[in-house]
Design a protein around this ligand. Structure first.
Ligand code: SAM
Ligand code: SF4
Length: 465
């Protein structure tokens, strides 16, 4: 069994030095960086560090405005929607912030059977979902890692009327090279894994037992995933554990490492903030809490630093924070989420949940809200199914070509949702949103969009370019 353990340099001294040099920059300097970011080539560490120091309200408004322009340029008004699927909360690790940690005797343990997985998926399909993110603790039932592969198969096997899950992403503990190969063969979309904190000493303080104590095994996971052929990966930071300015710069080192070695960076970055978790003092009182204003800064800075990387916002955040950050750069959101295994079938088992949610609204309500703000909820999965991932995706994304596909596909999948699953109120809001969006489209794309949306109205499904 291969167990590659690449050494990836996170140079903490370099991060600290860059942060130290970043203070006392004048407004000219900041505006220069903002102007540079509009070239959509990303930013280097000193520039990013400088943006983190902005506190002047006028400059802050300019930062947000620049992030909005970059988001509009690359992602337009689409927001990809998904639901997490917690299959198991068994865990052998001792992460002090998580309700699933081994020593937490108050949490009820459960690993879904394959029939139960299918039942959860039936419910999600009936709500209108097309993408799920499969999540599990780091300990599997009897069959070991096979369990995850079976769950992925179960998800893809369910078909209901017009509905099916067309893309399964996974967020599970680091695997060996051989296991990653098996995961790739199971046809997953994105492999997602958060380093939690890039600060080694903090990492050691909050991960007390189990395989997850090994900082380097986790940090090198994306190298193994890439070597195994999974070129669509998602990274993230659990904000609140260490200084957020440090975390962003250290994560940039990780991203540069991946770009240097594999030619592409992560497809997505997630930005979870610590939320209260059953039986966790650390989660209730984060050592480095991130304020709402800093959180918006984080999203805006990431949008400028890695313009082609999607930013994921989960239901950990409140509806208001989610709304504010859509404009700043978020490109994917979860909706209608449950964070306990079996949570879609049985609403009442909150004592199995991983953490508290900030947004409890059902999918239909989130979709209506998103559409009324002028965003197009997208259930599109075309890129992954047509093999437009990794380098192929970047080749289309960088010259702005991907928009031609995404804008149209967002509308067809949104129209599918409106016709098959939406409430009457949401359908009306959505119809108006689509017709306004079609009018705003450049002529080159408008006709295609009109034609494909019409086909969906006439009863065709899974229509994409
Ligand atoms: N067990 C695997 C692992 O830890 O990598 C994967 C699943 S874990 C349930 C998914 C993520 O939940 C973790 O990476 C962590 O960032 C996040 N998480 C854990 N406790 C949290 C909390 N109290 N608030 C917000 N996010 C939390
Ligand atoms: Fe287990 Fe993951 Fe929770 Fe840590 S974060 S206790 S590894 S489920």
């Amino acid at each position: 069994m291969a167990t590659t353990h690449t050494h990836i340099p996170i140079d903490e001294e370099a991060v600290e030095a860059t942060l130290d040099h970043s203070t006392n920059k004048d407004a000219f300097h900041v505006r220069d960086i903002l102007a540079k970011s509009l070239e959509l080539k990303g930013l280097d560490a000193p520039d990013i560090a400088c943006l983190t120091t902005i506190s002047d309200p006028e400059l802050l408004a300019e930062l947000f405005d620049t992030a909005k322009r970059v988001k509009d340029e690359i992602y337009g008004r689409r927001l990809v929607v998904f639901a997490p699927l917690y299959v198991s909360n068994l865990c052998a690790n001792e992460c002090l912030y998580c309700a699933f940690r081994k020593s937490n005797k108050d949490v009820k343990r459960r690993a879904l059977s394959q029939d139960e997985v299918k039942h959860e998926i039936e419910i999600l399909i009936d709500q209108g979902h097309k993408r799920v993110l499969l999540v599990a603790g780091e300990s599997y039932p009897m069959e070991g890692f096979e369990y995850v592969l079976k769950c992925v198969d179960s998800v893809y096997s369910v078909k209901r009327n017009n509905g099916e899950i067309r893309r399964v992403n996974v967020n599970i503990a680091p695997l060996t090279l051989d296991e990653f190969r098996e995961l790739k063969a199971a046809n997953i979309g994105t492999y997602q894994l958060f380093q939690e904190t890039y600060h080694r000493a903090t990492y050691a303080q909050v991960h007390l037992d189990g395989q997850k104590r090994d900082f380097d095994w986790r940090l090198s996971a994306m190298d193994r995933a890439m070597e195994a052929g999974i070129d669509d990966i998602g990274i993230g930071i659990l904000f609140g554990l260490a200084d957020w300015r440090f975390e962003i710069l250290a994560m940039m080192q990780h991203i540069r490492h991946l770009e240097d070695h594999f030619g592409i960076g992560p497809h997505t970055v997630s930005v979870p903030r610590l939320e209260p978790a059953f039986g966790s003092d650390l989660a209730t009182q984060p050592p480095h809490p991130v304020s709402d204003i800093d959180f918006r800064k984080i999203v805006a800075i990431l949008r400028l630093a890695v313009p082609y990387t999607g930013i994921i916002m989960s239901t950990r955040e409140t509806p208001n924070i989610r709304r504010e950050t859509f404009a700043l750069g978020v490109s994917q959101i979860s909706a209608g989420s449950r964070t306990n295994p079996g949570g879609y079938a049985d609403d009442e088992v909150a004592d199995m949940s991983q953490f508290s949610l900030g947004d409890h609204r059902p999918l239909d309500e989130v979709i209506r809200d998103v559409a009324s703000l002028g965003y197009i909820p997208s259930f599109c999965t075309a890129c992954y199914r047509l093999g437009r991932t990794g380098q192929d995706f970047m080749d289309l994304a960088k010259p702005g070509l991907i928009k031609d596909h995404c804008d149209v596909n967002a509308m067809t999948t949104f129209m599918e949702y409106l016709m098959d699953y939406a409430s009457e109120e949401t359908r009306q809001t959505g119809e108006q949103c689509i017709s306004e969006a079609i009018q705003r489209m450049p002529e080159s794309r408008r006709e295609t969009a009109q034609e494909l949306v019409k086909r969906v109205r006439e009863g065709k499904r899974d229509v994409y370019v």
